[in-house]
Design a protein around this ligand. Structure first.
Ligand SMILES: [Zn+2]
Length: 307
């Protein structure tokens, strides 16, 4: 029996569900779905951001809680899985609304919410959304992370080792990975972007250099069999992560050169910033503008001639 048949058999048998044969095809249809990831792991799509679930009769572990508008759907999906919707632990990969919208529900049910300290701090106060020119309200106390860290830590769920660590400025200032080492399943949050254009929340602390370093860090955690779960898009493997890192690194090197020449985002595009990359961007200007903004926030650490 091949791996896919094994997963389908195991999950379908337990759940009585007909699961899509391929995560990628399920996602591309844009329909909400419970997508198999690995033995004992599923991904809920169609909830704003992806929600990774480790199922177990003793309780479920979630990575991200989806957008608030989808909490009822997430709960309904969780109730149909082993563990019956009792989430003992919820990780937040970062503080964007599509990742923390279910926190209030799970926090009230006394789940432990684990995140980077910067994510907790962000959610504990009103914060400015540059794109929308308004303040987002702080989350109620019960919805905020209860366990935080700075560099990394680990915990156990049954016998499963869960390691988690900081991804410095990959997308915001509070990004983390969550690595289920024994199962070889890695939640990478928005530090990778296999489907959408990579997004750099430059006002929230993300920048291209942080993204390149973070993807390199993720590569070191993985092997050829690792299942990697992003905030958006399908589950990917190490080859896709390597390809995205190569692209990020190329863009960083090119942008460092071009920013030294004093170029604007549009100048950079005109000068061939995106030439011969291994993917096509939906909105090259938006990405370049955000990356360029992020560079200026870091000009003092780039080179003496960038000012
Ligand atoms: Zn995000």
């Amino acid at each position: 029996m091949n791996r896919r048949a094994l997963i389908k058999g195991a999950l379908g048998g337990v759940l009585g569900l007909t699961l899509p044969p391929l995560a990628r095809s399920a996602f591309s249809q844009g329909s909400p779905a419970v997508v198999p990831v690995s033995d004992g792991f599923v991904m809920l799509t169609g909830a704003g951001g992806n929600v990774l679930v480790r199922t177990a009769s003793t309780g479920q572990v979630l990575v991200d809680s989806g957008a608030a508008a989808f909490t009822d759907k997430v709960l309904a999906d969780l109730r149909g899985l082993p563990g019956g919707g009792r989430a003992t632990t919820v990780f937040n990969t970062h503080w964007h609304k599509e990742q923390v919208g279910g926190n209030l529900t799970f926090g009230r049910a006394e789940a432990t919410i684990i995140a980077h300290e910067k994510t907790r701090a962000h959610l504990a106060t009103d914060y400015y959304l540059h794109d929308e020119d308004r303040y987002e309200k702080a989350l109620p106390k019960e919805a905020r992370p209860t366990v935080t860290f700075f560099t990394g830590d680990q915990t156990l769920a049954g016998k499963e080792r869960i390691e988690y660590g900081y991804l410095l400025e990959a997308h915001t200032d509070g990004d983390i990975y969550v690595f289920f080492r024994d199962a070889n399943v890695l939640a990478a949050g928005d530090a990778i972007s296999p489907l959408k254009d990579p997004m750099l929340d430059w006002f929230g602390g993300g920048w291209l250099g942080g993204r390149a370093d973070s993807q390199e860090k993720l590569l070191k955690l993985t092997d050829a069999k690792t299942r990697i779960v992003p905030s958006y898009g399908p589950v990917v493997g190490r080859a896709e992560l390597q390809a995205e890192f190569d692209m990020t690194r190329t863009l960083f090197d090119r942008m460092l050169d071009l920013v030294r020449k004093g170029m604007s985002a549009q100048d950079m595009l005109d000068a061939g910033l995106m030439k011969d990359l291994n993917r096509t961007f939906h909105d090259p200007y938006r990405f370049t503008y955000d990356a360029h903004k992020g560079f200026w926030a870091h000009h003092n650490s780039l080179a003496p001639n960038v000012l």
